[in-house]
Design a protein around this ligand. Sequence first.
Ligand SMILES: Nc1nc2c(c(=O)[nH]1)N[C@H]1C(S)=C(S)[C@@H](COP(=O)(O)O)O[C@H]1N2
Ligand SMILES: [Mo]
Length: 464
Amino acid sequence: MSETTVSPVAALPRVEAARPNRRSIFVGLAALGASARVPAIAAEAPADLPRLTIGNTAAPPISRMHPNFVKDVGLLTDLNPTNQGGAWWNFDTYITPAEQFYIRNEYPTPRAEVDSRVDPRRWRLKIHGDAVERPIEIGYDDLLKMPSRSLISVMQCAGNGRSLFWEQQDMLASPQKVTGNGWGLGGVGQAEWQYVPMSHILGLVGLKDNAKACLFWSGVDGKAPNTESDTGRPLPIEEIISRPDDIGLAFKMNGKALLPDHGAPVRAFVPGWAGGASTKWLTEIKIASHDFWVRLNTIGHANIGPAYPAPVPGPNDEFRFVKPSDIRGVPVTWHVMRSMLTVPLALAKQPLLPPNYPLGRGEAPTLPHGPQLLRGYAWAPQAGVRKVDVRVNGGLWQEARLIDPQPNPYTWRRFEIALDPQPGDLLIETRTMDNRGQVQPATVPFNEGGYDFGAVPRFKIRFT
Ligand SMILES: Nc1nc2c(c(=O)[nH]1)N[C@H]1C(S)=C(S)[C@@H](COP(=O)(O)O)O[C@H]1N2
Ligand SMILES: [Mo]
């Protein structure tokens, strides 16, 4: 990666002012109850959640506090007790504000008041293993004194877009049954991350020639406060050596100290890779002469299916909370290319709709007919986005206008396309081409966990 340091704020493209506000063309559905305010209650998945709005940013914000998270999750889709999805149809900005940023947890967010291990004054990070010369242990203040960089990057769950395995590829029943969170397309956001690069950390501990893998581990988030966690993710050491200034230990998100829900005080930051590699509430880094097998590269976060032959572990590999027979597929790594329009998906087939999803089952979003701009986002972190094409009802692909520059390949770019639809239903598809000239495919092979849905997404819209 050539450009790794981006000055905060100044680098953020500002394009809003000159263009017509797309928001003004959106109408809320009558049944949305857009102005309803929810009392700040601590119930789990209340059945009577008001639905999220569609593009109506003028509506008063819906507040929703949840016992398993610290921030207000009122603008997020209530997937289940530990996962909150972004409402991508309301995304408008280049950088995703914290209140719109998805949360993907295995367990409730650990809080400093309850668990001192995530209190910045008490936090400790142990860096050790048989492939380092000088094991060290550092505190938060030590980390803040180290040289840091900042990078704008997408953070995305590998399971983002899983809903489309159900909607577009009918993978609902054995032998092609996909299970997991119905993210829609909201398991993604973009932030500016400030981090101490691994180049600095590796210099401190002294990397030995025998180094094979690096495990980022959180000993903190568990089933109950102050218990042991089983969450973390290894990377091949070559991955870090090939971009040691891009991967690091993040302590700020969008210029502010990390929020508890996003890994405070310190999380791993692995731009371009599925979010599972960016271990939150980091407490241990182990660099070893062997590979590691954990939940998030075996049972979870691995592509398991006929198209994905399982790797074979080495004789000295380390297993944490899993066993060799749990290795059944290919661990997810780099994000595949993606694109999306900022309209909600018509979800007809997925097993569970989030209770506050703005549309009923099978319902398509409605927009007034006539001339208008539709907007979306595209990202392809492995090579960067070259262009985005859009087609309507299976017609010719037309190039969309890219709005944002791309300061580094890990960032997304907004795009827009002008349409003048008559009343009626349209099927709109979006397709990213990356800088290698590859485009999103029409379908992707089956995998049990529904990861890496990189196929062309289809958006059904009813113009009235
Ligand atoms: N300790 C810990 N780290 C974690 C997770 C977790 O559950 N526990 N979830 C991972 C996954 S799967 C994703 S997609 C990202 C989500 O980051 P976010 O919640 O800040 O958006 O965190 C990763 N890091
Ligand atoms: Mo994830």
